[in-house]
Design a protein. Structure first.
Length: 256
């Protein structure tokens, strides 16, 4: 089932968006995204799935305001994330593949970093950082430095840092791909629970069908150059047989 979201209702809106690297029309030009239309409703957990090099990260970067489209319109909460980049401070949070912790700061100081940049008072940011570290099972590790934490623990700190800013939109670029599957599975489940409990909108980049099915309540499958080849929504009422049919269909699309 495809999720129908109108542009006026969308938290994230892409309208006929293309991205070409290099001079359009020249022999060296590379089309990464091709005329894509996508609307993400508030509170949705969208998994964007595709093979390496299909344009997932380019779409991610346009939503994050890190690059602008060559043609078309990108809007996040009704504003242009590239042109109005500064206005999104504290409104969007990003969790990357690597934890990107500062090695000279303790766990709690790393979680506080985004709040410091937002000029949040010291007591308030310390309380928020402690809350999210505890929420993510790191109570007692507040003063540990990154070198003393496992990979999974460091990524928990990174996730706590993202939630601490209370951003409405979470952007995740394969944040669990560097972890062993057991650790990644636990973190995925916790991440989904926290996103839903706190009413966030999330876009999650992945190349794993299994991860997309675990994370998303909607999956968009991309083919190169980035265009939507399959768009499906499901929920907790979707039974295992239906999920396996979705998995099979995704596999067919990616193999085509």
């Amino acid at each position: 089932m495809r999720d129908i979201v109108t542009p006026n209702d969308a938290a994230i809106h892409l309208d006929h968006v293309s991205k070409v690297f290099g001079k359009p029309g020249s022999s060296g030009a590379y089309r990464a995204v091709d005329n894509i239309n996508l609307d993400v409703r508030p509170g949705q957990m969208l998994a964007i799935l595709g093979k390496t090099g299909c344009g997932k990260s380019t779409i991610f970067n346009m939503i994050a305001g890190l690059t602008e489209p060559t043609t078309g319109t990108v809007r996040v909460d009704g504003r242009d994330p590239f042109a109005d980049f500064d206005s999104f401070r504290g409104k969007m949070a990003i969790v990357f593949q690597s934890d990107r912790l500062l090695p000279w700061r303790s766990a709690i100081q790393n979680v506080e970093l985004g709040l410091e940049m937002l000029d949040t008072p010291v007591a308030e940011r310390r309380a928020a950082a402690q809350h999210w570290l505890t929420k993510l099972g790191l109570g007692g590790h507040e003063n540990d430095y990154p070198h003393a934490l496992s990979g999974g623990m460091r990524q928990r700190v990174s996730i706590a840092r993202a939630f601490a800013t209370n951003a409405n939109i979470m952007l995740c670029d394969e944040p669990f791909s560097a972890l062993d599957e057991s650790t990644a599975g636990r973190l995925r489940a916790e991440f989904v629970r926290l996103v839903k409990e706190n009413g966030k909108t999330a876009v999650f980049i992945t190349h794993s069908i299994s991860e997309a099915l675990e994370i998303g309540d909607r999956i968009v499958v991309l083919k190169r150059p980035a265009m939507i080849a399959y768009d499906v929504s499901f929920d907790t009422a979707t039974d295992q047989q239906q999920r396996e049919l979705i998995r099979s269909r995704i596999g067919e699309v990616l193999a085509a």
